[in-house]
Design a protein around this ligand. Structure first.
Ligand code: SF4
Ligand code: SF4
Length: 244
């Protein structure tokens, strides 16, 4: 994850080496789509590479400057509470159910619903394992509706231009983005998917102090037991005044 002091050098390396132009051309290889905009798929924001996050970060600074304090606060709240409250959605989803960073949304958001596949493949097992770990290690029972949440397979995505989409096309696009990522990080990290987490996690970990991640379970416990968390309020307030 990138703290702010490491983020800017990576950003300027990516700019100087044309990584964002290459990334946008990979995005452009997929067909443009439209859908019913119900926002359901943004309940579980999918992972993104850091090169994609840097692209989104640049977009935020340029186009959504006034909204940044609010978005940082929401990102921090989501980071701490996504395992406790299923009503939370990706903080980058606007009030009108439209993605605030649509032109720079990651490949995994672009691929959702484009190709028919079970979006929960692997997720159910991962969540059950995570819930068992939280119970054993911290004595926390994660809510059943979070652990058992199933993202519906969406059949309402429509291609708006004369391009065909296929699973193979998506796989190729993912491998190209992974190659760009390997220009920023050692290939073992990229292959191990250590740099592949949702935008909201990237953003929260850029603004949170070191060690906040270690307190995540304490916030969850406090929140599940009392319905609020003083520690979380403290982190959220600091995030609002964080200067990017
Ligand atoms: S892709 Fe499907 S689930 Fe996601 S917002 Fe559009 S209609 Fe809703
Ligand atoms: S980045 Fe945009 S499309 Fe992706 S989960 Fe968030 S709001 Fe939804």
């Amino acid at each position: 994850m990138l703290s702010l002091d490491k983020l800017y050098p990576q950003l300027s390396y990516a700019e100087k080496n044309g990584l964002f132009e290459k990334l946008n051309s990979i995005y452009g290889s997929l067909p443009e789509t439209t859908c019913d905009r119900c926002g359901t798929c943004c309940t579980v924001p999918p992972p993104a590479y850091i090169v994609e996050y840097l692209n989104m970060f640049r977009y935020l600074k340029k186009n959504l400057h006034e909204r940044i304090p609010g978005l940082l606060e929401r990102a921090v709240r989501f980071y701490f509470l996504e395992l406790a409250d299923i009503s939370l959605k990706c903080p980058l989803l606007g009030e009108d159910n439209l993605c605030l960073v649509y032109p720079v949304r990651p490949l995994s958001c672009r691929g959702y619903g484009l190709v028919r596949r079970d979006p929960n493949t692997g997720r159910r097992n991962e969540m059950e394992e995570l819930a068992a770990r939280y119970k054993e290690k911290y004595g926390i029972i994660l809510p059943g509706e979070v652990v058992g949440f199933n993202l519906p397979e969406c059949g309402r995505v429509r291609v708006v231009e004369d391009k065909k989409a296929s699973g193979e096309m998506l796989e190729v696009a993912i491998s190209y983005v992974a190659q760009l990522e390997s220009q920023l990080f050692p290939v073992e990290l990229v292959d191990g998917e250590y740099t592949f987490v949702p935008y909201v996690t990237h953003l929260a970990l850029t603004v949170l102090p070191e060690g906040a991640r270690l307190r995540r379970h304490k916030v969850i416990k406090e929140y599940l037991e009392t319905g609020s968390s003083a520690m979380l309020e403290n982190f959220a307030e600091k995030a609002r005044s964080f200067i990017l």
